[in-house]
Write a protein that binds this ligand. Structure first.
Ligand SMILES: [Fe+2]
Ligand SMILES: [Fe+2]
Length: 199
């Protein structure tokens, strides 16, 4: 039996991120600008303001589901599903690759644009990515190890890895969507600008 619980592995927490210079300079949450774009006047406008957060939430729902599935199967119950260790490593590799791809797109195409005005994407969410990537690198190393020697598969080591960065991942998946909600976006952008934001 594994000593790690799913509930603990997905309980959102940011405490694994070291305090940054940017965050040290402020007392709590980021002070939002005084500017605020006008309330959406029509359902169509509301949908345009919602586009960033709802598309992001769509991706994140998939990552939450995949992470939970991976954690649950990691106790060795993948065998009851007819999967070998190597098959299970392919499942893990898919998750790793999709999440890495998502973060890569964000860091190359989305964060740089948003960060021009939003410190959340320059500091907070980037710092979260950086720490998540350390956990993902360790996951990649475990995948390689168990692929080359399936008999060395350890449910406890695998779950220890997931539990070490799961709370930050779940924190980040929520926080990023929250930052893209209309009430926050409206402090930094006009509707016309939001229409052109990449997503
Ligand atoms: Fe995201
Ligand atoms: Fe992200």
């Amino acid at each position: 039996m594994s000593s790690y619980s799913l509930a603990d592995a997905i309980k959102p927490s940011r405490k694994s991120v070291p305090p940054s210079k940017a965050a040290k300079g402020r007392k709590g949450d980021i002070d939002l600008p005084d500017y605020i774009a006008p309330e959406p006047k029509t359902a169509a406008e509301r949908r345009e303001w919602d586009r960033m957060s709802s598309r992001m939430e769509g991706f994140h729902t998939y990552f939450r589901m995949s992470f939970k599935q991976l954690f649950e199967l990691a106790d060795g119950s993948f065998a009851q599903r007819g999967l070998s260790v190597k098959d299970f490593m392919s499942v893990a590799e898919d998750f790793h690759e999709h999440l890495g791809f998502h973060h890569g797109i964000e860091e190359r195409h989305i964060f740089p644009v948003l960060a021009k005005r939003m410190p959340q994407f320059r500091d907070d969410h980037q710092e979260e990515h950086d720490v998540i990537h350390k956990g993902m690198d360790e996951l990649q190393a475990l995948i390689a190890k168990y692929r080359s020697d399936p008999s060395s598969y350890s449910p406890d080591d695998f779950r220890r890895n997931l539990a070490s960065w799961g709370p930050l991942l779940f924190y980040h998946l929520d926080a990023e969507v929250e930052t893209l909600k209309p009430d926050i976006l409206r402090r930094y952008w006009t509707l016309d600008e939001v229409r052109r934001l990449p997503m």
